[in-house]
Write a protein that binds this ligand. Structure first.
Ligand code: AMP
Ligand code: ZN
Length: 493
């Protein structure tokens, strides 16, 4: 019997605005699509947060025994500046500025994305398709929508006819907007005059002569609209109807709304049963975003090299920090928040490290099965990782009480406690057991290490005046250098 027959998940479906019992289309199988990054720059911690929410969901579904096909794409064409239908392609722009090929931009930032996700111990998705690898599929969908009369061609570009579509299917069902409001609120931007209505969106854009990312099509040499790639890739790998589609909250409109309309127009079916949206990571009270400069890069967390933090943090601590918030809550990035998570993380790891030395007893003073079910209940309730973590801290309490001799567990219960903790901490939350000593260095240590190195160089150059000055000035600041056989270390008073 699979665990999923016993543990029933409820998912908050953005489409209905309610938590719904999760029933996959085919028993035992889950198809999940998550919008991937646009690879024109390094991913920031906000992007990582959204991907991490779905990494944990993927891990939990797998743990329950589902066979999950998890598709997360790479957007390597079609995503224009300002998420609009006019402007430069983000990747082409970067290529122009750096005087390199667009595919060099794509390669560089795809590699960076993978490196960062590996550092955070992500599981790779089952398929990671690219937009440029699916131009033919995108053209086929456009032909289909044109055949249905729900798109129109103007000057080599093809637009989705939102008003026409809205005559039979509601446009705006996901983001709860209606077309009348959209018409009043849409501004006519320069260059959009080809559209019949400003809320129509591009399925295919004719490339301007300077636009280097271009492909032949029946309408023009051009490129697909941003929303189309996800419809093409999700349909190709998961079918016309699949279980879960995820992404950040900011993609709900227009991106996901347009995905629904394209798929409905092309296949006549609602593509997704459960729409899931992860909430934003904010910093200084504003959304973390590349465009505004209000962001922190994961590598800056690992090195401590950013004015928002006072020290470096290991990827597992940063991961723990993010999972202490529910994926649908806004999370505020602060140094104090990270410091508090760091303490909690090492308390949890210390307890896990102590598990192997715990001695069993004849009887148990805790109901471990009940505690284990509480861990499942937390994850079954729309993947509530903060409640799961609170339950894990309950276990930390028992472990410490057993160590102190004020509580006991039978051998079977002790085994169950160990295996459950390992499952949830390492397999489901994806944390890695790092020791406190491996958790990076604080900024002071980094600076002193640099001065120690400079002093060694000064000594090697026989500049004893400089080497003494470094030692004395540090001593005056309360930092003593101790020269030993193994090199120089320091202590602070
Ligand atoms: P992009 O590369 O801009 O398409 O973004 C990749 C993913 O990161 C999308 O799912 C976005 O919704 C998500 N995202 C962007 N900014 C944030 C943020 N500040 N917090 C959480 N997720 C974000
Ligand atoms: Zn998408």
């Amino acid at each position: 019997m699979h665990l999923y027959n016993k543990q029933h998940i409820k998912i908050y479906n953005s489409l209905s605005g309610e938590k719904e019992l999760f029933t996959p289309i085919s028993e035992g199988y889950v198809g999940m699509y998550v919008c991937g990054p646009t690879v024109y720059s390094n991913v920031h911690l906000g992007n990582v947060r959204t991907f991490m929410s779905f990494d944990v969901i993927f891990r939990y579904l797998k743990h329950l025994g589902y066979k999950v096909r998890f598709v997360r794409n790479i957007t390597d064409a079609g995503h224009l500046e300002n998420d609009a239908d006019v402007g430069e392609d983000r990747i082409a722009k970067k290529a122009r500025l750096e005087e390199i090929e667009p595919m060099e931009v794509v390669q560089r930032y795809t590699v960076d994305f993978h490196n960062i996700l590996n550092k955070f111990n992500f599981l790779p998705p089952s398929i990671e398709p690219t937009a440029t690898g699916h131009i033919i599929e995108q053209i086929e969908i456009i032909k289909n929508i044109l055949d249905k009369g729900l798109a129109y061609e103007v000057n080599g570009s093809v637009y989705f006819d939102v008003l026409k579509y809205n005559e039979t299917k509601p446009y705006g069902i996901l983001s709860k907007r209606n077309v009348e409001d959209l018409m009043h609120n849409s501004r006519e931007l320069d260059g959009q005059s080809d559209k019949k209505n400003p809320q129509d969106f591009a399925l295919w854009k004719k490339a301007e002569p300077q636009h280097i990312m271009r492909w032949p099509s029946p309408w023009s040499d051009g490129f697909p609209g941003w929303h189309l790639e996800c419809t093409a890739m999700s349909t190709k790998y998961l079918g016309e109807q699949f279980d879960i589609h995820g992404g950040g909250m900011d993609l709900k409109f227009p991106h996901h709304e347009c995905e629904i309309a394209q798929a409905e127009a092309s296949n006549g079916k609602a593509p997704v049963n459960y729409w899931m949206h992860a909430n934003m990571l904010i910093m200084n009270g504003k959304k973390m975003a590349k465009s505004t400069g209000n962001f922190i890069l994961p590598t800056e967390i690992f090195t401590g090299d950013n004015p928002h933090i006072t020290k470096s943090f290991s990827p597992s601590v940063a991961r723990f920090f993010m999972l202490q918030a529910h994926y649908r809550s806004i999370l505020d990035f602060t140094n104090n928040g990270l410091l508090a998570s760091e303490k909690g993380f090492f308390r949890l790891m210390d307890a896990i490290n102590a598990l192997d030395d715990l001695k069993s007893a004849g009887t148990s003073t805790f109901d471990i099965k009940e505690w284990q079910q509480k861990c499942y209940d937390a994850m079954n309730d729309d993947f509530n990782s903060p409640i799961l973590i609170a339950n894990l801290f309950e276990a930390v309490k028992f472990i410490n009480q057993i160590k102190e001799g004020t509580a006991s567990l039978s051998q079977d219960d002790l085994d169950l406690l160990k295996s459950t903790i390992h499952t949830f901490v390492f397999d489901v939350l994806g944390l890695v057991n790092v020791k406190e000593s491996e958790n990076g260095t604080d900024k002071l240590s980094g600076a002193v290490e640099l001065l120690i190195q400079l002093r060694q160089e000064a000594r090697a150059n026989k500049d004893f005046g400089m080497s003494d000055k470094i030692r004395d000035e540090l001593a005056a600041a309360g930092i003593q250098l101790n020269d030993g056989k193994e090199g120089t270390t320091f202590t602070t008073n």
